[in-house]
Design a protein around this ligand. Structure first.
Ligand code: 5GP
Ligand code: ZN
Length: 120
């Protein structure tokens, strides 16, 4: 794993210095509930290594990002999203100031649940 960024709140969550409600964890990624959910189901999927945003990804991250995206639907169902097509979920990756990114450690928002969510 690469060096954590000491100023990064999500690196601190990876290190266990800040608690989180974990959904899934393996060697390369951590998934936890958003502290301020926008929807009945709302979790964040992050690489354990500090990658600031989607603007920094490169070919070496392909397998990891692919694994995160293919795991997302499974975790969405596990966490209470209803099945497609009546249910489903939404995925968002905010990137940079124009993309409304506030925490600069790459994260995939997955949200849904049994009622309409806000526009986000
Ligand atoms: P962004 O706008 O960067 O895409 O979203 C960052 C998300 O991280 C927000 O939805 C916010 O609620 C969440 N968040 C910020 N700090 C913490 C924290 O300490 N713990 C958890 N679980 N979520 C956090
Ligand atoms: Zn970080």
């Amino acid at each position: 794993m690469s060096t954590p960024d000491p100023t990064c709140i999500f690196c601190k969550i990876v290190e266990g210095k800040i608690p989180s409600r974990k959904v899934y964890e393996d060697d390369e990624m951590l998934v936890f509930h958003d502290i301020n959910p926008w929807a009945p189901v709302h979790f964040l999927m992050i690489p354990k290594q500090h990658i600031a945003s989607m603007a920094q990804v490169n070919d070496s991250h392909q397998a990891l990002l692919g694994r995160m995206m293919t795991l997302a639907p499974k975790l969405a169902m596990q966490e209470g999203c209803r099945p497609y097509p009546e249910g489903g979920f939404r995925i968002a990756i905010n990137t940079g100031a124009d993309g409304r990114q506030e925490v600069h450690h790459l994260h995939i928002h997955v949200f849904g649940g049994p009622r309409p969510w806000a526009k986000g």
